[in-house]
Design a binder for this molecule. Structure first.
Ligand code: GCW
Length: 680
């Protein structure tokens, strides 16, 4: 089931044939035991293809087969670890054992990543198990092309790989390639349409099912289950009912019948992703019901089939009046959902964005994640670079996600975000015992672009997301190194070194030339959140303000004098954020309104920090242009040219950010830059 892309122009991402050479040069025994399903076929096909290309040999055997004469044995055995695999080296043979073919596929790619090192000295078994049971990618892809938004909402890599010409693509070979990439990094769930469900896309649930099944057929062999985003108004929009009220028996019957049809067509269908009562999407509020009523309606339809509802907590008032200083968008998810803890059915997962606002480069961690011990929770990340440079800027997000997943949010500091969403023992405290875990989800960043992600280096974000969802404790820079090794196998050492120079701290560099100190949202509304516009959202309805005046800037979210948001955190965070003396610099303006002369922990004033960090960050980005130019001839020409072109744009854009933000702060404050650098 490993398809080579029909288009020779499609970049192989982190699975070029050469990356499989260490495995392909070996004599490999594959023993699938009793798991002869589609994933097993993928394992065999991966090995067949690699050994054919690199001079090794494949034997498909059974548990009676001797390991003699083989360098690598991939074996399904009942004693393999649940959801994972074990790798050991004994008597000069590398052995991978998993309880099923999916675990074996993940183990195979573990060998690919290790390369020749997987065939070194003998060692005891090492077990690898994913922390989160569901590791999902959400596609904000539409069938139709929107005049402003394009086809993929917040997509920066061309059109959709799933849809073209108003329907599911006839040629889905890109989807097959994508499925292979996802399976190789342990992603096991994909939602294939936008959470903003428009009319055409709503029909995927009914008329479009046969086509959804074609897509599911391509994901299945890689251990990936298919999900759909559905409209809460489906009973009205698709079923012709007069209501979508969760309490209405006809509505309940409609959803049950819809789910029956889905499972008759796709027996291993994952479930639904739902954005309700959010940014104009329909939801239960229209009927005086709450979000537990809404989510449970869908959950009960899916339950007989083993399906799950991923219900998003991204609910806030998007028709706010900027004059109203008491409403705080940051509070909204907690205010809506925390009171519902314990009311959601067991096959509902509440999907919570990592921050309380909206995927800014820097936000505090959502307090919802600490507030719902009796609810299955998933954290939502954004791989697509909506607020981090539209895949025109180099911005490696691994370090951000690693910080999010490792953040010790719950009162007991051992309960970090990764543990909370994986439902590890100790997190739950319910009379009925531990609830199952939720998971880790993210918005995908791929499109039909030749390099998948527009900016070729943005492939690293997709890679790191999958790897961190499997193991949140992995070091993000080591993951980047792993990605470099696979993507540029055998490259000159200068390639690796230069990519580290550009990428390791690129998230912090991006942060340093854009909105300062956690204040967020100084982006241009007219260009889909790209580039600077300091007051672009200041008088809007979206609830994202910085409140700059001649004396100071920032949002007072304290309990004492502000919106009270800081009080949504458990200790010690509520105290840490409440107090100016302990609030970390990088979140200062998220929690406090301070004078420009306020002195940071770093010893600088706020205004001088803004001046310095923007200027320094642009110098850093500028230095990348020459560093990259020096790789000419050491990486493929097309890739080199694409990155070079985007680096030029990054320098231009970062310079614009620098000059607008510095000038804005000078004009508001009247405080000159102590270093005398130009201000306009
Ligand atoms: O970040 C915002 C985006 C919207 C998106 C929304 C969401 C799909 O600007 O484009 O809608 O979040 O997460 O639902």
């Amino acid at each position: 089931m490993v398809s080579a892309s029909t288009s020779p122009r499609v970049h192989p991402a982190w699975l070029p044939d050469a990356a499989l050479a260490p495995l392909g040069a070996r004599r490999v025994l594959v023993d699938l035991g009793r798991d002869a399903g589609p994933v097993g076929a993928t394992v065999v096909e991966e090995v067949r293809r690699a050994t054919a290309a690199h001079g090794g040999a494949l034997t498909v055997g059974d548990d009676a087969s001797s390991t003699d004469g083989h360098d690598l044995v991939l074996r399904v055995a009942p004693d393999g670890p649940d959801h994972g695999f074990t790798r050991l080296r004994t008597g000069g043979v590398t052995v991978v054992v998993a309880p099923d073919a999916t675990g074996l596929l993940h183990g195979l790619h573990d060998v690919v990543r290790a390369g020749d090192a997987a065939f070194g000295a003998d060692h005891a078994p090492v077990t690898s198990r994913p922390v989160a049971p569901v590791r999902m990618l959400d596609h904000w892809d539409n069938i139709d092309v929107h005049p402003v938004m394009g086809q993929v909402e917040r997509g920066y890599a061309g059109g959709s790989i799933f849809y073209a010409d108003g329907r599911v693509r006839e040629d889905l070979s890109r989807v097959a390639d994508y499925a292979r990439l996802l399976g190789s990094i342990g992603i096991n769930a994909v939602a294939i349409n936008n959470v903003n469900v428009h009319r055409t896309e709503a029909r995927l649930l009914t008329d479009g099912l046969a086509d959804v099944a074609r897509v599911a057929d391509l994901f299945r062999p890689h251990g990936v289950r298919t999900y759909l985003s559905v409209s809460f108004a489906s009973p009205v929009v698709l079923g012709g009912l007069t209501t979508s009220d969760p309490a209405d028996p006809d509505v309940q019957a409609w959803w049950a019948a819809a789910a029956d049809r889905v499972y008759a067509t796709i027996p291993d269908f994952g479930g639904f992703v739902v954005k309700a009562d959010s940014e104009g999407q329909p939801g239960p509020f229209a009927y005086g019901r709450d979000h537990a009523d809404g989510a449970n309606l869908l959950a009960r339809a899916l339950r007989p089939h083993g399906g799950t509802v991923f219900w998003r907590a991204f609910v806030y008032n998007h028709e706010q009046d900027w004059r109203d200083r008491r409403t705080d968008r940051a509070r909204a998810a907690y205010d809506h959902f925390a009171p519902l803890d314990g009311r959601f059915d067991e096959n509902v997962v509440l999907q919570v964005k990592y921050g309380p606002i909206d995927f800014q480069p820097r936000e505090p961690i959502s307090p919802v994640l600490a507030a719902m011990p009796r609810t299955r929770l998933a954290v939502e990340l954004q791989v697509t670079q909506e607020y981090t440079g539209h895949q025109k800027h180099v911005c490696y997000l691994g370090p951000l996600w690693s910080q999010v997943l490792g953040f010790p949010l719950a009162e007991d500091a051992t309960r970090d975000v990764a543990r909370i969403v994986s439902g590890l023992p100790g997190h739950r405290d319910t009379p009925s015992g531990d609830l199952p875990a939720g998971g880790i989800t993210a918005v995908s960043n791929v499109g039909d672009d030749e390099f998948w992600t527009g900016h070729p280096l943005a492939q690293a974000n997709l890679y790191a997301y999958g790897r961190l969802a499997w193991n949140p404790e992995a070091d993000p820079v080591e993951l980047l190194d792993e990605w470099i090794g696979l993507t540029f196998p055998g490259a000159d050492p200068r390639v690796r070194a230069t990519l580290h120079t550009l990428m390791d701290d690129s998230w912090l560099t991006y942060e340093a030339y854009t909105a300062p100190l956690g204040v967020g949202f100084m982006v241009d509304p007219g260009r889909g959140h790209y580039g600077p516009n300091v007051d672009g959202y200041e008088y809007s309805k979206w609830g994202t303000y910085h409140f700059a005046d001649r004396d100071g800037i920032g949002v007072d979210r304290t309990v004492a004098t502000g919106t009270g948001y800081a009080g949504q955190y458990p200790s010690p965070w509520r105290e840490t954020y409440e107090d100016l003396a302990t609030c970390p610099d990088e979140l200062l303006l998220f929690f406090h309104h301070v004078p420009y002369g306020h002195v940071l922990h770093s010893g600088k004033t706020v205004v001088q920090h803004v001046y310095d960090s923007r200027a320094d960050a642009v110098d850093v980005v500028t230095s990348w242009v020459d560093a990259w130019a020096a790789l000419d001839g050491l990486v493929p020409d097309g890739l080199h040219a694409r990155v070079a072109e985007r680096l030029d744009e990054q320098v231009r854009s970062a310079t614009e950010w620098r000059d607008q933000v510095r000038t804005y702060f000078f004009r508001k404050s009247g405080v000159p830059d102590a270093t005398g650098r130009p201000i306009y």
